[in-house]
Every structure is written in C-alpha cells, then in structure tokens.
Design a protein around this ligand. Structure first.
Ligand code: GTP
Ligand code: MG
Length: 359
C-alpha cells in the first residue's frame, strides 16, 4: 500500500426522507384523519482519529464518501428509518480543510504561449496558506464532515381545527456535501532531521521499539515512522524519523519537502549529523544547510528547541571533525554518539527525558 499523507475527497451526507401524506382507512372508522409519518434523518459522514490507521491511503483509493439517506415516512404514522452514518477512520494528526465547490473540476489557466485558457487538471491548493476547519489530534476524536439532512414532516402534523384533511407534508432536507482536503501531520514529540544516510533510522531503531529499515544507500526511509521511547519512571515519548533532507528540499527536491510537514508539530528537533563526513560530506556545511532548509520551509521550525546528534563517532576523522564543529556552531547542545554501536544513546534518552520525562 502506498503511503498517502494528503488527499482530496468529495463527501455527501444522506438526504432526509420525505414526510408522507396518508389518511387512516379502516373499517368502521370513517374519515380517519391524516396519518402520514415523518421521513428519517439522513446519515452523517463522520471522521474519527484512529490508532490503527497510519496514513490516508484508504481515502486515496476511495475518495467518494457517502452516507445512507433517510427512508420516506409511511402511512399509519410510520417514521422512516434514519440513514446510517458513515464512520471514516483517519490517522491521529489529520487536518481537514474545506475546498471550493469547483475543486473537483479541472481549472483553466491562461497559457501564455497559446494565448488561450487551457484546463489545469492538477488543481492543488496550497494548504499551508489555508486555515483548517478541524484538527483530529487526539485519539478517538470525531468530526462531522457533512451532516445528514433532517427528515421531512408527514401530514399527521398539519391537522388543525380549520383543516381536518391536510395534504401538506415537507420534504427531507438535502445532506450537506462538499470537497475537502485531508492532510496528515504526524504527531510526535521529537523529529529527527538529517541528510540521507546520516543514521536517523539507526538511531530510532536503537532507542525505541520501532524497526525502521536501515541501509547504506540514501533515501532508505520513504515515509515517516514514529517510534516510542521508554524513559525512566514509566514515561514515554515519541520520536519521528522522516526521509532525509537535501539542499533544495524546501523547493521539493529529493523527498524532503513533502515530509517536513511531519515535524511541524514536534516540540523538539534533533539534527542528526554524520560527523565522520562519509562520502566527502562536511558536517558543518550539512548542519547549516539543514537549518536553512527547515527555515525556508517554515520559519517556526527554526525557532523550535533543538539539539545536535553527532553520529558515527566510531569512524576515523569523527573526533577531529567534532572539534571543528564545536568551534563553528554555537548555542545548541551536541551529543556525540555511535548509533550503530549503541554508544552515547543514554545521553540522547536523558535529553528526551528532560523535555518529556515525568516532572
Ligand atoms: N559507522 C557507523 N555507521 C552508521 C552509524 N549509524 C548509521 N550508520 C550506517 O549509515 C547507513 C545509513 O543509516 P540509516 O540509519 O539508514 O540512515 P538514514 O539517516 O535513516 O538514511 P535515509 O533513510 O536514507 O535518510 C547505514 O549503512 C548504517 O549502518 C554509526 O553510528 N556508525
Ligand atoms: Mg532512514
């Protein structure tokens, strides 16, 4: 299954059933009076934040959300059955945005060369400039995306002293409908930010119960993975591993940009730096590039509390590079580790404990 963290859906709640026009007809009961029942309410479409759903792929494959309509009322004052609601499970951390009514249509754009309007089918709104209508950030939280229409009234309600044979009824209301965008922003306390191959997944795999794939080639990690780290005193904290960033990530180069949204909500960032400078990398330059990239993506990211994990300290040159690194970068705490050899990881956990441990 594909990992999907942004989808566009069309939702239409159920219409209400119509009220019924009917009169009581029974032996020995002449002129029995109106007995048309009410229509049932239409079903609503409800989103729920669910622990066992980790991305939006189900909606990507089936983007049309529908709920059942209410049944029409019947004679003998029978109320039509209410339409069943449709419960849609989404991952915790899903934001919901309302899109314009024509979001489903290909828009047209002016083609400068042709000098005419051409359809633009890939209409993708920039969600970062939009205000979400809901944020399902807590487990089990629900949001009524589209409310079902109310049922209509049967003619039994319209009897009056002046009108003993009302033929009046009301129709059910239409269910709400619309286009929406859903976006997942992973919820984790800490986000790991680093170049491909810096050892982010190795680190997460060795401080948490998660088993992210580790390999000696860049872009091993293709989607965000959250690991739970046990701290002393039964406290726990979550750490998100995202695909490696490269220069230009904020302009969508590599895989980085697509995934930076998953660290927006983190309260702490850990920059994972390959201190051995493998493959001709320069750790100081790497760190500066990473900082610049996250700032270009979202300035609030650059203001978050952060620390540096100086990784691969088991390799030659790492000590020397670390000395230079300490001189050239000031301000942030630096934790020298070998994620692979499990060295220095207690210091990483202690740092997490100072932020997220039991007070
Ligand atoms: N020598 C040494 N190698 C390490 C260390 N940490 C990770 N590696 C190696 O570096 C390579 C990349 O590690 P990953 O954990 O997959 O790196 P990543 O940052 O998750 O990479 P992407 O998912 O591609 O962004 C693997 O071959 C690891 O074995 C370390 O502390 N020392
Ligand atoms: Mg990885």
């Amino acid at each position: 299954m594909k990992f999907v963290d942004q989808v566009r859906v069309h939702a239409k709640a159920g219409d209400g059933g119509n009220g019924c026009c009917s009169f009581r007809r029974e032996k020995f009961v002449p002129r029995g009076g109106p007995d048309g029942g009410d229509g049932g309410d239409g079903g609503s479409i409800i989103l729920e934040a669910d622990a066992n759903t980790d991305n939006l792929s189900a909606l990507y494959y089936d983007p049309n959300l529908r709920a059942k309509r209410g049944v029409h009322g019947k004679g003998k004052k029978k109320h039509g059955r209410n339409g069943a609601a449709t419960l849609v499970k989404v991952p915790v951390g899903t934001l919901i945005y309302a899109l314009p009514d024509d979001a489903g249509l290909g828009r047209t754009v002016l083609d400068e060369e042709l000098g005419e309007e051409v359809p633009q089918h890939s209409h993708r709104p920039d969600l970062r400039t939009m205000q979400p209508m809901a944020d399902l950030s807590a487990l089990g939280e629900q949001f009524v995306l589209c409310a079902g229409g109310g049922g209509g009234k049967g003619n039994v309600h319209f009897k009056s002293s002046t009108n003993r044979v009302p033929r009046q009824t009301t129709d059910g209301e239409p269910g709400e409908e619309g286009w929406f965008a859903l976006e997942l922003r992973t919820i984790a306390d800490t986000g790991l930010v680093g170049f491909p191959n810096a050892g982010k997944s190795t680190l997460l795999g060795n401080i948490s119960a998660a088993h992210p794939k580790v390999a000696a080639y860049p872009f091993t990690t293709l989607n965000p993975i959250v690991g739970v780290v046990d701290l002393d005193g039964y406290a726990r904290t979550t750490v998100a591993d995202i695909p490696g960033l490269i220069e230009g990530a904020h302009e969508n180069r590599g895989l980085g940009h697509e995934f930076l949204r998953h660290v927006i909500r983190c309260r702490l960032l850990l920059f994972v730096i390959d201190m051995a400078g493998s493959e001709g990398r320069n750790p100081v330059q790497d760190f500066r590039t990473l900082r610049a990239e996250i700032k270009l993506y979202d300035p609030t990211l650059a203001e978050k509390p952060a620390a540096i994990v100086a990784n691969k300290m088991d390799l030659p040159d790492a000590e020397e590079n670390l000395k230079v690194f300490r001189q050239k970068t000031r301000g942030l705490e630096i934790l020298p580790v070998s994620a692979k050899n499990l060295e220095g990881l207690d210091a990483v956990k202690s740092l997490l404990a100072t932020y997220f441990g039991k007070k």
